[in-house]
Ligand binder design. Structure first.
Ligand code: ATP
Ligand code: MG
Length: 399
């Protein structure tokens, strides 16, 4: 972070939004309003009061004197593309400000560029101002101008008579403000993929209810602990809406499935999870189910199998990872902070070190719906779903 004269140098944080800019006027007003209230909520949850303004296509956030903390908070808000600590000056003061402060803004670098973005009516163009400020900065700092590959860029956003100056753009997650889409139920195992899928759907504006299929086999509950650890990290991103989490007992149904399904065990298992998730969605008013499934990444996730498991859900099944490579998921997991928790070894449940205890030696990759129906007719699916629902445990207050 570029610190000058301590935090008080900065006037606040300028934030740019991403996709919201492409929306119609009516929708944009709604989304910006939700974005602002999510930002205020994020600061409030850290015990900080802040003021947020929408000016032309920027959001301006007061920064509470602790610019680093403020940036950390703001950089987690869905809907923001980047944030930057800015210094405000009136247009008449811009040149004298640059004479005085540009050597400090450019401390430690050898080359620079000036980039101007301008709105309002002026007698000069953005390019004119870039040249003018560039020559002042060059004279006062003795540094080289490099427009192609500068060590540092000084951005100046001019809006009528107002100038917002910044050098450090910090990436934010982008996407749409949380809460601008409907709630979803996300099946979260605690492994690498489903937390990433959950984060990606949050990024599309959906508040999330997480559902963990708990198989307390093996005793130490380390699978449940891993789920909770991951869920707590996701909560840090889930700003402006209530995040919820449930577990249910899955092992009873799984034992029944094992008796009839053999190589179809994984398919029937997943169908059971979807059914429970749909019932939870009813309770929660959610409109879709989310999973961390991919296409052809593991043997069970073939298109034939996905077709058959989808049939058990009366809601759309969203799979945000469908087009990603494993490496992409791992990179996102690292970036959002769930990776370390996800790779901790668990010794209980169906995600144990030895792998799922119910997993057949050779799981089918080409499930056929009629075969599935035949197998399911041998167990009491409705009763198993009812029992799963009565075992639901609300874990939201543990997050
Ligand atoms: P993950 O990394 O999320 O565990 P995976 O790549 O290991 O996924 P599978 O084990 O086949 O793949 O699971 C596919 C999806 O099913 C998961 O991404 C998750 O959405 C859901 N799922 C699997 N196990 C559980 C569980 N115990 N509780 C809730 N959802 C689960
Ligand atoms: Mg897994």
């Amino acid at each position: 972070m570029n610190r000058i004269n301590g935090d008080s140098f900065w006037s606040g944080i300028l934030a740019a939004y991403s996709e919201i800019a492409l929306k119609s006027d009516r929708v944009r007003v709604k989304f910006v309003s939700k974005l602002k209230s999510n930002i205020i909520e994020a600061f409030k949850s850290r015990g900080l009061h802040t003021r947020v303004r929408h000016r032309w296509s920027r959001i301006l956030i007061d920064c509470n004197n602790d610019i680093d903390l403020s940036c950390r908070i703001a950089s987690r808000i869905f809907g923001l593309k980047y944030i930057a600590p800015y210094r405000y000056v009136d247009l008449e003061e811009l040149e004298s400000f640059m004479k005085t402060y540009s050597p400090r803004l450019l401390k430690g670098v050898e080359s620079f560029a000036i980039r101007v973005r301008r709105t309002g009516t002026h007698s000069f163009t953005s390019k004119d101002l870039e040249r003018r400020v560039g020559s002042i900065v060059k004279a006062s700092s003795n540094l080289r101008v490099d427009l192609d590959n500068p060590d540092r860029t000084i951005y100046i956003e001019v809006h009528d008579n107002e100038c917002y100056i910044y050098t450090n753009r910090i990436e934010a997650p982008g996407g749409l403000p949380l809460g601008t889409s409907s709630r979803v139920v996300s099946l979260v195992s605690g492994g690498i993929d489903s937390p990433v899928a959950t984060w990606l759907i949050m990024k599309r504006g959906c508040p999330v209810t997480m559902l963990f299929a708990h198989s307390p086999v093996g005793g130490d509950e380390s699978d449940l602990k891993r789920f909770l650890a991951v869920a707590r990290i996701l909560r840090e991103w889930h700003i402006g809406e209530e995040i919820r989490a449930y577990s249910y007992i899955h092992s009873k149904a799984l034992k029944e499935i094992c008796k009839v399904a053999d190589s179809y065990t994984c398919v029937l298992c997943r169908r059971m999870m979807y059914r429970v998730a749909c019932r939870v969605a009813e309770i929660e008013g959610a409109k879709a189910i989310v999973t961390g499934e991919n296409l052809a990444q593991v043997a069970s996730q073939t298109l034939d199998n996905l077709y058959v498991v989808d049939e058990a859900s009366n809601l759309p099944v969203l799979r945000p990872l469908i087009g990603l490579e494993k490496e992409d998921s791992v990179n996102i997991a690292r970036m959002i902070g769930t990776y370390e928790a996800s790779i901790t070894a668990v010794s209980s449940g169906c995600r144990s070190i030895k792998g799922c205890w119910a997993r057949p030696r050779k799981p089918t990759t080409r499930a056929i719906l009629d075969r599935v129906r035949e197998m399911e007719s041998m167990i009491d699916v409705d009763k198993l779903v009812d029992e799963a629902i009565s075992s639901l445990k609300d874990l939201s207050n543990l997050l």
